[in-house]
Design a protein around this ligand. Sequence first.
Ligand SMILES: Nc1ncnc2c1ncn2[C@@H]1O[C@H](COP(=O)(O)OP(=O)(O)OP(=O)(O)O)[C@@H](O)[C@H]1O
Ligand SMILES: [Mg+2]
Length: 327
Amino acid sequence: MAEEKNIIMRTENLEIRFPLKKNTIFLKRKYVHAVSDVSVEIFEGETFGLVGESGCGKSTFANATLGFLKPSGGKIFFRDEELDVKNKHKLRLQRNDMQKIFQDPSTSLNPRFTVEQTIGEPLRIRGGSSRNEQKEMIADMLKKVGLSENDMKRNVSDFSGGQKQRIAIARALILKPRYLVCDEPVSALDVSVHAQILNLLMDLQGQLGITYLFISHNLASVRKLCDRIAIMYLGRIVECGSSQAIFSNPLHPYTMALISAVLDTSSDSGSKRIVLRGDAASPIDIPEGCAFFQRCPFAKEDCKKLSCELKEYEKDHFAACPFINKK
Ligand SMILES: Nc1ncnc2c1ncn2[C@@H]1O[C@H](COP(=O)(O)OP(=O)(O)OP(=O)(O)O)[C@@H](O)[C@H]1O
Ligand SMILES: [Mg+2]
């Protein structure tokens, strides 16, 4: 019998838009359409990758799943319970099980705090444990992230970038979350520590069984870490599938272009390098039809008009292009 997968995070036609200031009261208000009609399911214990170029809506999507943004449309469910940003009490309880690691630990952590204060703060805010119990939990977490109990009294500012990210990971994990957003967790760090931090995240997932939403521009890391991947373009998911399927058989022209740009032509996709023309359309005036039309090397006249819904092309592998297999 097929293994049942529990869904931990689910969005249903999620829409997030930000209003722009109006220059005059006579003009219709315009919006930045950061996330449009996104329906995804993230399974308990997996690493779900979210990939796409800068400004396509990855962080907005991630922040919405943490209850930081009110959906302009659609719904978000955490373990089958809807995230309701108006219900502050319930949201606080749900948030105890969710955390985020930021891109740059030098700005996300207070440099004047000691390591003990930094990691212990969420425990103090939650309450319900004595100082000694908190100290024990912090010491244990420090070991898990590859630091030492002796580091507790040192100031955060004394540590290197990679060590600061370890402290940030310890702080994020101290309340034992089940869902962790890793929004470009190594891109602000020296290249020499990227592998160490990514390996640490993988080890911790193995030990603690946490679900990761992993956002990165580095496709090689995404391929290594993620079980499934969603490719985002201008706020929409254009392809979603297992890491293996996406890299060995990319279906959407945008995915093909992303993969061909980073992996050499001898990769298992076997495809030639696809160079994208021009820039992405503005998220303020999203064109009708396929949003990728202007840059797609396979574009046809019809693509200007056809709406591109995600369809399943092979088992659990979805893409949003009506001309797949017809290119
Ligand atoms: N608070 C906000 N107000 C207005 N527009 C916003 C706001 N936050 C994000 N945006 C816009 O929404 C779009 C998506 O932004 P987002 O930060 O989610 O992109 P991203 O994919 O995370 O990019 P990057 O890879 O550079 O981090 C962008 O056009 C951005 O300018
Ligand atoms: Mg971002």
